[in-house]
Design a protein around this ligand. Structure first.
Ligand SMILES: Cc1ncc(COP(=O)(O)O)c(C=O)c1O
Length: 368
């Protein structure tokens, strides 16, 4: 018998939904997969970028530096921080999940607080790392009860997964400033943001550099549509935290895939790369906007989730149940997978991915 160290974490229940939907498709049903968490309006066209990569170079063939290739860390500094960060504070990771796992492994906190509508994987990644979780309702509640959040960390995901809600940037910065002053660790995990912003104009991340208790967890899975490449990064200005993270990164990975790092770096720095990213973002966000406007007009959007912000995607909450949507061939995920709301109430809603071609979404929802 092999003795197993059980963490108590569960394999993603969403996978089972996806398998069930695929079965229906194989049996001949016309299915629209809005249960997924990827951008599916278009794929990023890499045909002009690949010829720029020298596959006979050490960058592709030899162990990369532990914290990531210098060229990639420099290009992340340029694209996210307008060159204002210290590249020694940037650590390339295995996507966003790898970034979060390293952060959870390296942080000494009594609890990690999640928003009441949260990405389910946080719970399992925390469980594997033996960290308790709590839930916050909104930032007003947090700021009025700062004592309760001492010795802990709080995750901010904006635009939010699952709701797609985006809060005002100035408000977010005010909240972060107060948390930072109170010594509460903020984990900024917002991998959807950069899809919706012009990177050169967006100075939000540069402003985040002012906060010593803030850790950024990022990913290129959504913003450039490369979830297959598994590239993300962590940024923190805290020396002791970075030292520990760097050690954990070494023994978890021995360096991150060289090809993927070169590819992302080319996307961020070369003209053809930037053009590919910009086209991908333009086409993707255009259809996301159309889809949300359409759902809103047809009263499919659960407006109650957008009272303090705006639905921008890539997900929204629909006011239809999983079964109701499935009668029209639409795959979704019951909202109860993502919320502290009582199950019977949550099951009246679903999380749907709106990053799909507008004509497809329209065709299926017009069946109602
Ligand atoms: C909020 C959030 N954080 C992190 C991640 C993980 O990113 P990655 O796919 O790069 O591991 C996801 C992926 O769905 C996510 O939704």
């Amino acid at each position: 018998m092999i003795p197993v160290k059980k963490s108590g974490a569960k394999y993603s229940a969403i996978v089972a939904i996806s398998e069930e939907l695929k079965k229906r498709q194989t049996a001949g049903e016309d299915i629209l997969f809005l249960n997924r968490g990827i951008n599916a309006v278009v794929n990023i066209d890499l045909s002009q970028v690949i010829p720029l990569i020298d596959f006979n170079s050490p960058q592709i063939q030899v162990y990369p530096p532990n914290n990531g290739h210098l060229h990639l860390r420099k290009s992340i500094n340029q694209s996210f921080f307008h060159n204002k960060a210290d590249i020694d504070n940037i650590f390339v990771t295995v996507g966003g999940m790898g970034a979060l796992d390293l952060i959870f492994k390296s942080l000494q906190v009594s609890k990690v607080w999640l928003s009441e509508n949260y990405w389910g994987a946080y719970i399992n990644a925390l469980k594997i790392n033996n960290i308790n979780q709590g839930f916050y309702k909104n930032f007003d509640e947090v700021l009025n009860n700062l004592e309760q959040f001492k010795d802990s960390a709080l995750i901010i995901c904006d635009p939010n997964n699952p709701t797609g809600n985006k809060l005002n940037d100035e408000y977010l910065l005010e909240v972060i400033e107060k948390l930072d002053k109170a010594g509460i660790i903020v984990i900024w995990d917002s991998p959807y943001r950069k899809l919706f912003f012009e990177w050169e104009e967006d100075d939000f991340y540069t402003k985040l550099l002012n906060f010593n208790n803030l850790i950024i967890s990022e990913s290129f899975s959504k913003s450039v549509g490369l979830s297959g490449q598994r590239i993300g990064f962590v940024h923190s200005t805290n020396k002791a935290f970075n030292e520990e993270l760097n050690i954990k990164l070494l023994y978890a990975t021995n360096g991150i895939n060289g090809f993927a790092q070169v590819l992302v770096s080319k996307l961020l720095t070369t003209d053809v790369g930037k053009k590919a990213v910009s086209e991908f973002k333009r086409k993707t966000t255009e259809d996301i906007r159309k889809n949300i406007a359409y759902l809103n007009k047809k009263d499919f959007l659960a407006e109650e989730f957008y009272q303090n912000g705006n639905p921008i995607g890539i997900f929204v909450i629909a006011n239809k149940s999983f079964d109701e949507l499935l009668t029209k061939g639409i795959g979704s995920v019951p909202f109860s997978y993502f919320t502290t709301m009582p199950k019977e109430q949550a099951d009246e809603y679903t999380r749907i991915c709106v990053s799909v071609p507008h004509d497809d979404l329209r065709k299926f929802f017009d069946k109602f």
